[in-house]
Design a protein around this ligand. Structure first.
Ligand code: ZN
Length: 470
């Protein structure tokens, strides 16, 4: 393997895991700009993407719009402006007397540095309009947070009276505003449920997990999620080998047949150095989701393997070590992770702060107690995280301090100790207890829901291919 690639792999792996661990998969909107541009052409009455519009271009006439909207069967709710009329036969548009054409819609694209006032000004509307619109109630104040490229659809009567406004806040949520008979603005949000499908990907490691993921068609976020799911069992920075392989079953979200974005990873398998790991996503009826092994054990561990993003392990756990500063035989009861000063240090597990302060050669140190059997220690901190004190509870992954070089230390690093029943253990190799397994009351539901996923993994599993080919 090329050395640069390998370094890249290590760094990427560590960063991926770290990122995934800090922020457990929470389905952030993927590539917001892309999603927007994918989704916006779909919004009711928006012309197709192939016909890009210039600012302040009149839209097709009302009839064309109505046909478009009713053709694709959306906007079945009541509605303002186009949506409502779209559901009625084109011939009878009772909302508008036959001799008064509906005010035309125009679109304004938000530019860099724009706010609503600037957009309205370009459209020939007044500051009064801006004021009325943003003060119309909760969903309307979204209009104070516009992004470049966003499109505002404005219905203007006689070139000066704003009577309707439409704004796609996200691929699934559109703000509709209409003026009622008394002139007050009525905002409402229309939500579209995205259609869920599943997609599959498989890959084999040649240079890095990242490259293999991209080659398999996964997005950055999915690769990160994959690393996060298996990061408890596989140290992607150190354990990954050429020809390790993975398969992933994930959700894709569609609107009107067009993919809007990727969803969650539903199931995945990773074969690392011949050992096979499988993860299945399960959501309880209450909506709490997690990844489990096929037999219902949590993929998560009760402890992070590494509580900081390190550049290298600068000193291993070693009961027979000669101390680098004292020069005498002195056991090293933890692991040293070299990292730039200021790198956040995270609580390895849920626990309680039992020490926090300067502690001799350890320098600034935090000690956490986790249940009755485990304690973890974090030394040489440059400073502590704000707002904590002894006795406070912390969550796994919560920042408790920052890497430094206080106390007897030869350079910025985290000295990390892991104790089980009072005995120091090697943090890098100790068997970490799992987080809570699937609750008994969900067991049947879990097995029902995951059976098809397991069948899918069985069908995709590369070990089948290897057996056939070798
Ligand atoms: Zn140390």
């Amino acid at each position: 393997m090329n050395k640069r690639l390998k370094t890249g792999l290590l760094v990427t792996g560590a960063a991926l895991i770290a990122a995934a661990l800090i922020a457990p998969p929470s389905n952030p909107p993927e590539q917001p700009q892309a999603s927007r541009s994918l989704a916006l052409p779909d919004a009711p009455g928006v012309p197709p993407a192939s016909a890009p519009m210039r600012t302040t271009t009149s839209l097709p006439d009302a009839d064309t719009l109505m046909n478009r909207v009713s053709d694709n069967g959306r906007d079945t709710t009541d509605g303002s402006g186009l949506s409502a009329r779209a559901n009625r036969p084109v011939a009878s548009t009772p909302a508008q007397p036959a001799d008064t054409p509906a005010p035309e819609w125009r679109v304004e694209t938000v530019r860099n540095g724009d706010n609503l006032a600037a957009v309205f000004q370009r459209a020939g509307l007044s500051a009064r309009d801006v004021h009325d619109v943003v003060n119309a109630g909760d969903p309307a104040n979204q209009l104070t947070r516009l992004f470049p490229g966003d499109e505002l659809y404005l219905q203007v009567r006689d070139d000066e009276d704003l009577v309707g406004l439409r704004y796609a806040m996200s691929p699934t949520r559109t703000l509709h505003m209409t003026r009622d008979a008394t002139g007050d603005w009525q905002p409402r949000v229309e939500t579209v449920e995205l259609e869920r499908r599943t997609a599959e990907a498989e890959g084999r490691i040649a240079s890095s997990l990242y490259n293999a993921g991209i080659e398999a068609g996964l997005s950055d976020r999915l690769i990160m999620e994959l690393a996060g799911i298996f990061g408890w069992d596989i140290d992607f920075a150190l354990d990954l080998r050429r020809n390790d392989s993975f398969v992933v079953v994930y959700e894709t979200l569609h609107r009107d047949g067009q993919k809007v974005r990727n969803g969650k990873i539903l199931a995945a398998e990773f074969v690392n150095r011949g050992e096979r790991f499988r993860a299945l996503r399960y959501e309880t009826p209450e909506g709490e989701s997690n990844y489990y092994t096929p037999d219902g054990r949590s993929m998560r561990k009760a402890f992070l393997r590494t509580p900081t993003d390190f550049t290298r392990v600068s000193s291993e756990f070693n009961p027979d070590r000669v101390h680098p500063v004292y020069g005498t035989k002195r056991p090293h009861r933890g692991t040293d992770y070299a990292a730039p000063p200021g790198t956040p240090i995270k609580a390895a597990g849920d626990g309680k702060i039992i020490e926090r302060g300067s502690k001799g050669g350890y320098g600034n140190t935090v000690v956490l107690k986790h249940g009755t059997r485990y304690t973890t220690l974090y030394a040489h901190m440059r400073r502590f995280a704000n707002g904590h004190s002894v006795g406070d509870r912390v969550k796994q992954g919560e920042i408790i301090g920052y890497v430094g070089s206080t106390g007897l230390s030869t350079g910025p690093h985290l000295h990390y100790e892991f104790r089980v029943d009072g005995t120091h253990r090697n943090p890098r190799t100790v068997d970490l207890p799992g987080a809570q397994p699937i609750a008994e009351r969900y067991r049947d539901d879990f097995e029902r829901q995951t059976a098809t996923l397991i069948a899918k993994l069985d069908g995709l599993s590369p070990t089948r291919v290897a057996q056939a080919g070798d």
